[in-house]
Write a protein that binds this ligand. Structure first.
Ligand SMILES: Nc1ncnc2c1ncn2[C@@H]1O[C@H](COP(=O)(O)OP(=O)(O)OP(=O)(O)O)[C@@H](O)[C@H]1O
Ligand SMILES: Nc1ncnc2c1ncn2[C@@H]1O[C@H](COP(=O)(O)OP(=O)(O)OP(=O)(O)O)[C@@H](O)[C@H]1O
Ligand SMILES: [Mg+2]
Ligand SMILES: [Mg+2]
Lengths: 276, 276
């Protein structure tokens, strides 16, 4: 019932965080229960969803290093139906701290599976669970926002996921990194997570005034065919203004082209998931 | 005589590679001898400077892991006065391979110092050096392009450098990461490289149609004062088109606003260096 989708691309600045925030919000807006998990030490997804520094006492760092259960790190956002596992810069120490630790690539998956098992339990034994159990809400979607790197944090997220959503900026350098990303997915599928599929590729920051955008879009569709979403996210200044107000674009300016594109993307994603 | 400048910012997509390529080219255009060192496994700086896959047989990976001297990895670019140490995806394995190795943060510095010492040697003993020594050219500037992360590769580059040049995209998320970057610089200065200074901050992808750019620019100048270059790099489509032709913007379209801004930046950088 819970679909876990990792949003990853080692190329920097391609719209991973913006997609996690706004796709998450659009899914919540149509009634899905969503958890956005921020595993980037920059903590941009946490900030863009209005999570204050004080609310980040327990983050995915504590979950991965082993001190906390997933539910200890979950905070509600101002968006109905959307919860967040926040991140802080402490997370950048996780990779070195896990060197030599057994099953270090599976820490996130183990924590997620424990959480999902508890929510299943909650279902079967009705409402008489103790408080801690009772708030264990099953999510329809868990979206994991990754740092711009194929490091242990990103590998943990890929190992814990059913599908990978790749935001692809319509620029030349972003295209160059795609083959390295596809190789990494094959490696993860071969050794850590055989079920990992490319859920989709979404073209971001498309600028209709710029030929390069069209060229990149044509190139990607030629190579990856149906994996590429029909919905294209346009470059739209409201999208980049929204995070400074701690709001997703959908709440900052619902009518803008960026918000409307993310709403369409959510609709298309739900269609794809139904077809599975 | 050789100034080593690391171009770093863990925020992705802020213009690190574009700055390394075009600032490097502009410095070469005014007669400086320049080495651009690509330590990002994505290899974007190598591609943007027209270095083919075949020319990347020896990269900074071999230099850092210890098998090759720096001069073994240097290739000439099509730009007079500009050489490149290229990168390939192999580089992403370096961090894990160096775990437990002594002085792992100093590998790049040791390699650079060995190279610079040889060029000094070349100076003192005249032209009668053997072929290998004779090509050891002293550079005026070595620019190191980093991946979007504060990992061991970036720490190596910071440890090997005199100054840090921070490209800062005029966007909210890019501003959020600045304090984490400044903390890391203090850590490196405290333990690995006391001489590391912030050489400057350069505002990139400035869009005069967008209030956000002005707000970010004002905010940064308020916090960092004179460290921020007067020259601002505008968002300019020619700059993002140039890499698909394997050319720096200065060779792709010399007259465009992006190229002219990088030429001005080079001039301002040389002024700052003279004042030291
Ligand atoms: N559709 C869009 N239109 C305009 N600006 C956008 C759009 N999508 C993202 N941005 C802006 O571009 C910048 C990069 O986007 P974002 O931070 O989401 O990318 P990222 O891949 O998460 O970056 P990183 O690699 O650092 O994690 C941000 O400043 C963001 O606000
Ligand atoms: N002044 C500019 N105007 C327009 N586009 C630009 C400009 N500077 C950079 N770009 C484009 O923006 C994208 C990001 O720039 P670039 O790749 O140089 O950033 P980066 O910081 O090196 O990214 P990464 O974090 O992945 O290493 C690239 O596609 C580049 O072509
Ligand atoms: Mg991000
Ligand atoms: Mg780069």
């Amino acid at each position: 019932r819970t679909r876990v989708i990792v949003i990853a691309n080692q190329k920097g600045g391609v719209g991973k965080t913006t997609t996690a925030i706004n796709l998450g919000t659009a899914l919540a807006a149509v009634g899905k229960s969503v958890l956005v998990m921020d595993i980037d030490p920059q903590g941009n997804a946490s900030t863009g969803l209005g999570i204050s520094k004080e609310q980040r006492a327990t983050t995915v760092y504590e979950v991965i290093i082993g001190h906390a259960a997933l539910e200890d790190s979950i905070v509600a956002s101002a968006i109905p139906g959307l919860h967040v596992v926040p991140a802080t810069p402490d997370l950048s120490g996780a990779e070195m701290e896990l060197v030599g630790v057994p099953r270090r690539s599976f820490r996130l998956r183990d924590a997620l599976n424990a959480y999902i098992a508890k929510t299943e339990l909650g279902k079967s034994s009705g409402k008489d669970l103790v408080k801690a159990e009772a708030v264990l809400q099953p999510y329809d979607f868990i979206l994991i926002d990754c740092p711009p790197s194929l490091n242990l944090l990103t590998i943990n997220a890929m190992t814990a996921s059913h599908g990978l959503l790749v935001p692809l900026q319509c620029e030349f350098f972003a295209l160059e990194g795609l083959s390295q990303l596809l190789r990494t997915i094959d490696l993860v599928r071969g050794s850590l997570n055989p079920q990992l599929e490319i859920q989709g590729v979404v073209l971001t920051m498309f600028d209709k005034r710029n030929n390069l955008s069209d060229q990149v879009a044509d190139d990607v569709r030629k190579h990856l065919g149906d994996k590429v979403y029909q919905t294209v996210i346009p470059r739209n200044v409201k999208v980049s203004e929204a995070p400074s107000h701690g709001l997703p674009a959908l709440l900052y300016d619902y009518k803008c082209a960026g918000s409307q594109a993310y709403i369409k993307l959510a609709g298309e994603l739900i269609q794809r998931e139904k077809a599975l």
